[in-house]
Design a protein around this ligand. Structure first.
Ligand SMILES: NC(=O)c1ccc[n+]([C@@H]2O[C@H](COP(=O)([O-])OP(=O)(O)OC[C@H]3O[C@@H](n4cnc5c(N)ncnc54)[C@H](O)[C@@H]3O)[C@@H](O)[C@H]2O)c1
Ligand SMILES: [Zn+2]
Length: 366
C-alpha cells in the first residue's frame, strides 16, 4: 500500500505527514526523503509499553541504513511529562553524544510526543524532531508543533512551539492499542469532523464498524482527514492567536473533568466526549444551534464506545470553577467553542454562567 501524504504548510517549516500500513519498515527511506541522512545520529524516545513491540526492529533497520542510533525508554503515562523525566531524557541525550545535527524520534503516543518534542525544542536550542505516533489520539498531538511537559500546578505549563520535520504514521501499530485508547483517539477524530466537516462526520457514522475494527484503509483515511482539519487550522494560526481556539471544542468542560478526576478515572478522549455533548446542549439552549445537533453528536460518539453522560459524582460548581481557569476566559467571563451545526463551530465569549450551571445541574440530577 502506498502511503497517504499530507503536507502541513508552514513556509520553511512545512512538513509531510506520511500515513500507511507497515510504514515503520520504511522509516530509513522516509527520513532520507526529508533530508535526515545516514551518518547522522538519531535518538529514539519511547515508553515501556511501546518499546517491546516496535523499538528493536526500528533500531536495526536504521543502523543497517547507516545511522548511529541511541534510545531511551520512559515510564508509560501522563506522569512522565515531568521536569524529572525531561531531565533524565536530556541527560541520556547528552551522554549519547548528540549534537546540533542529531535528530530526535518520538516513538509512542501523545505523552512521548509532547515530552520528546520539548526535549528536541530545547536541546542545544532546538534540533530536528520526527513524530512516530503509535496511538490514534496522537493524530492530533503529533500535528501542530505544540510540545510540553506538566508542572505540578498545571498541565502543559512548560512548553514550546517546535514543528516536526515529518510525521510517520504506521496504522499497523494501532492494532496493539487497548480498545479504551482506540475510543479515546476517535473522540479527537470525531471532534475534527464536528469542527469543520459535516461530510466527514457522515463518513465516520457510515464506517463506524470498519473503523472500530481498525481496518487499515479506513483508519488511514480517518487519520488523514482528521489531520487535514487540524493542519489547515494550524497553518492559518500557528501560534494560537485566534482560529486555533476552535480545536478546543469540548475541551473546556473536558479539561475540568480530567483535572477533577486527577487525570485518572477519565482519560482525555472520554472527558472531551462528554464535553462535546455539553457544548452541543449549551448551543441548542442558547438558540445558537439547531435542534438535533446534540442528538447527532451524542450518537456518533456512542458508535465509538465513548461516554456521553455526566460523570458522577462531579459537582457542577466545582466544574465551573475549574472551567474558568481556561485560557479562553477573559476578565472572569467564560468563553466556549460551541457548535452552530454539525461541521461548524464558533468561539462564543461572555457565556452566562447561570446557563452553564443550569445545564450541568440538569445532567447531574438525572
Ligand atoms: N501537543 C498537542 O497538540 C496535544 C494534543 C492532544 C493531546 N496531547 C497530549 O497527548 C497526551 C495523550 O496522548 P495519548 O492518548 O496518545 O497517551 P499516551 O502516550 O499515554 O498513550 C496511551 C497508552 O497507550 C500506550 N501505547 C501507545 N502506543 C501503543 C501501541 N501501539 N500499542 C500498545 N500500547 C500503546 C502507552 O504506553 C500508554 O499507556 C496527553 O499528555 C495530552 O496532553 C497533546
Ligand atoms: Zn484534545
Amino acid at each position: 500500500m502506498w502511503p497517504r501524504t499530507l503536507h502541513v504548510e508552514l513556509d520553511e517549516r512545512s512538513y509531510p505527514i506520511q500515513i500507511g500500513e507497515g510504514l515503520l519498515q520504511q522509516a530509513a527511506t522516509l527520513l532520507q526523503d526529508v533530508g535526515i541522512l545516514p551518518g547522522r545520529s538519531l535518538f529514539i524516545v519511547t515508553d515501556e509499553n511501546v518499546a517491546p513491540l516496535y523499538l528493536s526492529p526500528l533500531v536495526s533497520q536504521l543502523e543497517t541504513a547507516g545511522y548511529r542510533v541511541a534510545s531511551c525508554v520512559i515510564e508509560a503515562g501522563e506522569q512522565s511529562k515531568s521536569l524529572a523525566v525531561y531531565e533524565r531524557v536530556m541527560t541520556a541525550s547528552i551522554e549519547a553524544g548528540l549534537d546540533r545535527k542529531s535528530a530526535l524520534l518520538a516513538l509512542g503516543g501523545g505523552v512521548v510526543g509532547d515530552l520528546a518534542g520539548f526535549v528536541a525544542a530545547t536541546f542545544m536550542r532546538g534540533i530536528d524532531f520526527v513524530q512516530v505516533p503509535t496511538t490514534l489520539l496522537a493524530h492530533d498531538s503529533s500535528v501542530g508543533g505544540k510540545v510540553a511537559i506538566n508542572h505540578p500546578l498545571g498541565k502543559n505549563l512548560i512548553g514550546a512551539f517546535h514543528q516536526p520535520r515529518m510525521v510517520l504514521y504506521d496504522t499497523a501499530a494501532l492494532r496493539s492499542l487497548p480498545k479504551r485508547e482506540v475510543a479515546a483517539g476517535f473522540a479527537e477524530v470525531i471532534k475534527h469532523g464536528l469542527i469543520s466537516d459535516e461530510r466527514f462526520v457522515t463518513w465516520l457514522e457510515e464506517h463506524a464498524d470498519e473503523l472500530w475494527q481498525l481496518h487499515s484503509e479506513y483508519v488511514a483515511e480517518a487519520i488523514q482527514r482528521g489531520c487535514a482539519v487540524k493542519a489547515a487550522i494550524v497553518s492559518a494560526d500557528e501560534t494560537e492567536q485566534g482560529m486555533r481556539a476552535l480545536l478546543n471544542l469540548g475541551h473546556t468542560f473536558g479539561h475540568a473533568f480530567e483535572a477533577l478526576s486527577d487525570y485518572a478515572r477519565l482519560n482525555h478522549g472520554e472527558a472531551i466526549s462528554i464535553g462535546m455533548c455539553l457544548a452541543a446542549k449549551t448551543a441548542e439552549r442558547m438558540g445558537l444551534a439547531d435542534r438535533g445537533v446534540y442528538e447527532r453528536t451524542a450518537r456518533v460518539l456512542r458508535r465509538f464506545h465513548l461516554p456521553t453522560e455526566w460523570p458522577k459524582p462531579f459537582d457542577p460548581i466545582q466544574v465551573l470553577t475549574v472551567m474558568k481557569r481556561d485560557k479562553k476566559t477573559v476578565s472572569g467571563k467564560l468563553a466556549l467553542v460551541l457548535p452552530r451545526a454539525i461541521g461548524r463551530v464558533e468561539l462564543v465569549k461572555e457565556i452566562e454562567e447561570s446557563l452553564i450551571l443550569e445545564i450541568m445541574r440538569e445532567e447531574w440530577g438525572k
